[in-house]
Structures are given as structure tokens and as C-alpha cells.
Design a binder for this molecule. Structure first.
Ligand SMILES: Nc1ncnc2c1ncn2[C@@H]1O[C@H](COP(=O)(O)OP(=O)(O)OP(=O)(O)O)[C@@H](O)[C@H]1O
Ligand SMILES: [Mg+2]
Length: 360
């Protein structure tokens, strides 16, 4: 066991400082509530789900974890679901006789295999029906659910159907960019999920003191001591985000890098990840306008300041509706945060990236 292990944690004694959140997640699942686990990148969303699964399995509740990263369309969702089912042998055992009659599904030694299905959404529905009918209480987790934004209309309909017909299936959603999460979380009157929005569970970065304890405990596992001033610097620069603290700790304790270099590498690794994600977000959008708004918010800034920055970037007047839409999209993607009309960028990596002109 090690706190500085870079994979998502799975065992309860590897998860630091999340007792309350873990208890709450399990309570909601047992109450058959649908849940969205929310929080910034690297805050520990996947770890929370995986540790909860370890505990739920002990309570005989079946859990299916799906990682949707890279799953662009329905076929990707189907494959991810099959992988998740194959990892949950006791559930697989219960459904396999019924599942092999589903079109597009076969059962082999490794569990469920999916042939290229002409109607993957129907196959998904049939699988979920089978689970609903045969499996008892069961949790299906969709991690990186933003990847399904392109099929959100059909996905929401499917989910609404499950909600109505199979109360024993609980869905948990999480992910890092929230375009789809918003339609899940705040379904409008025309959404099939209207009136059934999931409970929200927020994961915050560690408070200063908890972040300090995390580092100290992690170093102790390697019989290393770390000076208070270094702990303070690291916590400050990495804003108490568990994933970045973990990476720093791993750089020092496992890779044996000196403090300065370890921190530098953590920041540059973080910046790289953030940069990729930002580029992904900017595809197909007005890059100049979005970047101007973002750079302004990084300082942070008020609405009028942001509007001014966008106008300078575009070298023309820009109407309020355009600025409003840009800010709404950035908020929905959790890239910026707003409080009392002040817009800011909470993610320390993204802030550094924007303020040092590494994206243009
Ligand atoms: N509470 C915690 N205790 C110990 N380690 C943690 C904790 N939270 C996160 N970590 C570590 O931080 C890193 C990121 O965690 P995880 O992948 O669970 O976060 P995430 O929010 O799902 O990230 P992403 O946004 O990249 O999906 C991993 O190395 C994980 O082991
Ligand atoms: Mg994750």
C-alpha cells in the first residue's frame, strides 16, 4: 500500500481523507439514488468510486465500473459496459445465460464478447434489461461520461427508461468535463431525465492542513522526512489537489528526484495534461475569443473586464450574448468558476498555463 501510488486507489486503507465522502456515496447508493460525483481534474473521483466498489462488494452489492475514455459513440459505450461486466464475475454468472441470447453478444471463456453490432443501443438496452431482471441490486458507474456528449440525446432516453423500469439499477456518473454532466444534472423540461436529476457529491481539493498530513503520511511510508517549509510550498503550488500531491510525492519518494525538480516535473506534467484537455475543448470553437476570456479569468476578472479582453482580441465590439455564451460554456465545462460576478480559474495548472502564455 502506498499513498504515492499513481493509479486510482481501490482499497479503503489507501484512500486518504475521504471518509465522509465515501460514507455519503455508499449511503446514497444503498438508498438507490442516482449520483454524480463532481470535482476538478485529479481530485480523486475515480479513486472514490473504486474504493466504494470494494466496500459495496463486501455488502453483496454488485458494481460495474466503466471507463468511457475514448468511447466516442454507442459502440464505445457498449464495449466499455462489456469490459465492466467482465470484471464483475458474480454478476456475469447471473446474467450470462440470458445475455447470450442477446443479438450482438456472445459468451466465451473471458466473459461477454461483443460482435460488431448494427444496433448497439438496442444491445445496450437488452443488456441493461437483463441486469435489471436478474442481478439484484447493482451499481453501474459511467466514468468520463463527458465522452458520450455526442450521443447524449439517446443516452438520456435510455437512462430514463432504466430509471422507470429497473429501480434496482443505480447509475453513478463522473468525469472531468461537464458538457454532458450539465444536461444530466440540470435536465430541462424537454429532457427525458426531467425531475430525476442525480444527487450531487462534490469532491473538494484537500484543505491546507489535510494536504500537509497527506504528504507527511506518504513520506513516512518510505521512511523519509520532509521539511515543513517544503511541505508548505508544495501544498501552496499544487492547491491541495490530491492527484498532483501524489505525483509530487512519487517523484521524490519513488523516482528519487530532488524537491525542486520533483515540483517542476509535477507542474509541467500537469500543464501538459491540462493543455491537451484545453485543446480538445477549443476544437470547433472561436479560439481567439475563448482564450481571451480564459486569460482574463485567470487573473481573476469581472464580467466587463472579460468582455473588454474579448473585444481587444477580436479587435471589434462583441455583443453581450456572445460573451455570455462563452462564459456559460466555460462554466459548464468546469474550466472556470464564478462567484458573485467574479470569474476565476481554480485549477492551478490551467492558471499557470494561461498566465505564462503557453497557449496562443
Ligand atoms: N483521497 C486520496 N487518497 C490517496 N490518493 C489519492 C486520493 N485522491 C486521489 N489520489 C491519487 O491521485 C491521483 C488521481 O486520482 P484519481 O484518478 O482518482 O482522480 P480523478 O479525479 O478521477 O482524476 P481525473 O480527473 O484525471 O479523472 C491518483 O494517483 C490517485 O491515486
Ligand atoms: Mg478519473
Amino acid at each position: 500500500m502506498s499513498l504515492f501510488n499513481l493509479n486510482p486507489k481501490e482499497s479503503p486503507n489507501e484512500l486518504f481523507g475521504r471518509e465522509k465522502e465515501l460514507e455519503e456515496l455508499i449511503r446514497l447508493i444503498k438508498a438507490r439514488r442516482w449520483i454524480a460525483v463532481l470535482g476538478p481534474r485529479m481530485v480523486g473521483k475515480t479513486s472514490l468510486l473504486k474504493v466504494a466498489n470494494t466496500k459495496l462488494e463486501k455488502a453483496k452489492i454488485k458494481t460495474v465500473y466503466t471507463n468511457l475514455w475514448g468511447a466516442k459513440a454507442t459502440n464505445g459505450l457498449l464495449k466499455a459496459l462489456a469490459r465492466g461486466l467482465n470484471d464483475e464475475k458474480s454478476l456475469l454468472q447471473k446474467i450470462k445465460d440470458a445475455a447470450k441470447r442477446i443479438e450482438g453478444v456472445s459468451i466465451g471463456s473471458g466473459g461477454i464478447a461483443i460482435s460488431v453490432s448494427k444496433k448497439p443501443m438496442t444491445t445496450i438496452w437488452d443488456l441493461l434489461e437483463t441486469i435489471g431482471n436478474q442481478a439484484g441490486d447493482c451499481v453501474i458507474e459511467l466514468d468520463e461520461v463527458q465522452e458520450l456528449a455526442a450521443i447524449s440525446g439517446r443516452l438520456l432516453k435510455l437512462l430514463a427508461n432504466i430509471f422507470n423500469t429497473h429501480p434496482n439499477i443505480v447509475f453513478v456518473f463522473t468525469g472531468s468535463m461537464f458538457g454532458l454532466m450539465k444536461t444530466l444534472l440540470e435536465p430541462g423540461a424537454s429532457s427525458p431525465l426531467y425531475g430525476r436529476s442525480p444527487a450531487k457529491l462534490y469532491l473538494q481539493p484537500f484543505e491546507k492542513e489535510l494536504a500537509q498530513q497527506f504528504l507527511q503520511k506518504g513520506f513516512k511510508e518510505y521512511n523519509l522526512t520532509i521539511k515543513d517549509e517544503i511541505v508548505n510550498e508544495v501544498v501552496e503550488r499544487l492547491d491541495g489537489i490530491p492527484g498532483w500531491l501524489t505525483l509530487y510525492g512519487n517523484n521524490v519518494a519513488v523516482r528519487k528526484l530532488p524537491h525542486k525538480k520533483a515540483l517542476e516535473e509535477t507542474l509541467s506534467e500537469g500543464t501538459k495534461i491540462v493543455k491537451d484537455e484545453l485543446e480538445h475543448f477549443l476544437e470547433g470553437r472561436d479560439r481567439q475569443a475563448y482564450l481571451a476570456a480564459l486569460k482574463a479569468a485567470a487573473t481573476p476578472a469581472r464580467w466587463t473586464e472579460i468582455k473588454g479582453a474579448v473585444e481587444i482580441a477580436k479587435a471589434s465590439t462583441v455583443n453581450d450574448a456572445t460573451v455570455y455564451r462563452i462564459l456559460e460554456n466555460l462554466k459548464a465545462a468546469m474550466i472556470i468558476q464564478e462567484k458573485e460576478n467574479v470569474y476565476r480559474v481554480d485549477d492551478p495548472m490551467l492558471r499557470t498555463l494561461l498566465l505564462t502564455s503557453q497557449v496562443t
